[in-house]
Design a protein around this ligand. Structure first.
Ligand code: G6P
Length: 466
């Protein structure tokens, strides 16, 4: 069995003394797939993302990465030409496809579909071809191959041409844009993306809503030109890994981070509003901060009695639009602290250095979890916090997150653009009676863990008759 995704379970830093330091990859896709574990006997094919990764591939002679770096998982990392990779990953996947699927283009941020874009598109094709060729080479007769995400929309059809014997799946971890929005892409490219995924036997999504949008795009863009062959559509709502999270969140390094975090929060009995995200426009971190500021204005009784713990881990920093957003998050957090902070109270505790143990510590301390993305494929943080929180938390959740389909009933639901509405939702969440909060949190945790990552992955394989 083969799994393919842009980001793999491990990423390497190359240190000045020439040593390589392996660390766990971030994001929901990696969290979900990592749970497959080495026992599944799958080979995970992914791309080298930076110099450290390239050096690791070189040292592995282009073969499997050392098992001690990957938690025993068999991983083959592809050293794709650095310019081709950058065009495909930064240029196409994260500057265009991410923005289309999350509907993030709004004046003055618009797609630039010029000659440079066409040149980058050729790289996106080459990048997909590199995966298709590696998979064709790795796969045994009739093997199951599950290809992941928007980086690899063309690979299913390319692989099908090379190896008609394989059983191919594709899984989208993002939302899918509705036709009116998707069609801002040039017609030929929109058609190529859709036909690419339709090269799979099974095209799967995190929620019904994204699956329906994909089908609607196929009809709108391809119409009668839908390629022959059969693609079944699946919906598999990846859940949180309850066993792993409950165990990991009680290890000593997490306890230690809890002590440090409690000190930063200060004040006896202070409440916490916790959020943990990759810093990225779809997560809507700035509007979250503005809503918190409005809470402090409209409900001054909460001043000194609540702290917004915001972990915003930088992501995709090669691109100015992500860097600028990171700077904006810092600026707004600093502004709130300068305007409202007192000698004994820092209203916003912002951390930007990725630290998984500290994230779990914040999950445990959360009274309110704020998850307000503009659009999100699922959002695993919304599912993880209710599982881990010590006292039971209230989830303030955007109706535009995939997780809303499963958690909407027991969350306090917000329109992510509505800053005033989000401020009121935070006030309601903070004031919720302990008993109601605990009951809701219990139901949230049950819904959040209904489909474990291992079961989620198995569903993809079973859909292919594997
Ligand atoms: C989302 C995408 C994943 C991606 C992750 C982290 O969850 O669906 O494919 O791996 O974000 O983004 P990055 O660009 O750092 O891999």
């Amino acid at each position: 069995m083969l799994v393919a995704s842009n980001r793999g379970p491990v990423s390497y830093d190359l240190r000045e003394d020439g040593s390589l330091h392996a660390r766990r990859g971030g994001g929901g896709l990696v969290s979900g797939l990592s749970a497959i574990g080495p026992d599944a006997n799958a080979v995970w094919v992914c791309a080298a993302l930076g110099d450290g990764d390239r050096e690791a591939v070189r040292r592995a002679g282009g073969g499997r990465l050392p098992a001690e770096d990957t938690g025993g998982q068999q991983v083959r990392m592809l050293d794709i030409d650095a310019d081709v990779f950058s065009d495909a990953y930064n240029g196409i996947a994260n500057s265009v496809l991410w923005f289309v699927h999350h509907m993030l283009y709004q004046t003055p941020l618009e797609p630039v579909l010029d000659a440079e874009f066409r040149r980058q598109w050729a790289s996106y094709q080459a990048y997909n071809r590199a995966f298709a060729e590696a998979l064709a080479q790795e796969a045994a007769e009739g093997a199951v191959v599950v290809i992941q995400d928007y980086h690899l929309a063309l690979a299913p059809r390319m692989l099908r041409r090379l190896r008609p014997d394989l059983r191919i799946g594709h899984f989208s971890h993002t939302p899918w844009a509705p036709p009116d929005y998707f069609r801002l892409l040039p017609d030929d490219i929109a058609a190529e993306l859709l036909s690419g995924i339709l090269g799979a036997d099974h095209a799967a999504f995190l929620t019904r809503r994204w699956a329906d949008a994909f089908v609607a795009c196929c009809h709108a863009v391809l119409g009668p030109g839908i390629p022959s062959g059969e693609t079944r559509i699946g919906v598999h709502g990846l859940g949180a890994d309850a066993d792993f999270l409950r165990k990991r969140s009680h290890e000593p390094d997490v306890d230690e981070r809890m002590r440090a975090l409690r000190e930063e929060i200060g004040g006896e009995g202070r409440r916490t509003i916790v959020r943990v995200d990759r810093t990225e426009l779809s997560k809507n971190i700035v509007r979250g901060l503005l809503a918190y500021r409005q809470l402090l204005d409209d409900h001054p009784e909460w001043r000194e009695r609540v702290v917004h713990v915001a972990f915003a881990y930088p992501s995709r920093q090669d691109l100015a639009v992500y860097r600028d957003y990171t700077a904006e998050v810092r600026r707004v957090a600093d502004e709130i602290n300068a305007a409202y902070g007192t000698a004994g109270w820092t209203p916003v505790v912002l951390h930007v250095k990725d630290d998984f143990a500290r994230s779990l510590a914040a999950y445990r301390l959360a009274d309110v979890a704020l998850v307000n993305p503009i659009r999100d494929g699922m959002n695993l943080v919304a599912k993880e916090i209710p599982v881990v929180s010590d006292e039971g938390c209230v989830l303030v959740l955007s109706r535009e997150a995939g997780a809303y389909e499963e958690l909407g009933e027991d969350a306090v639901v917000v329109n992510p653009y509505d800053i005033g509405g989000t401020a009121e939702a935070l006030a309601l969440a903070l004031a919720m009676p302990a008993e109601e909060r605990a009951e809701r949190c219990k139901r949230l945790a049950a819904a959040a863990t209904a489909l474990s990552p291992a079961a989620w992955f198995l569903e993809q394989v079973e859909a292919l008759g594997g």
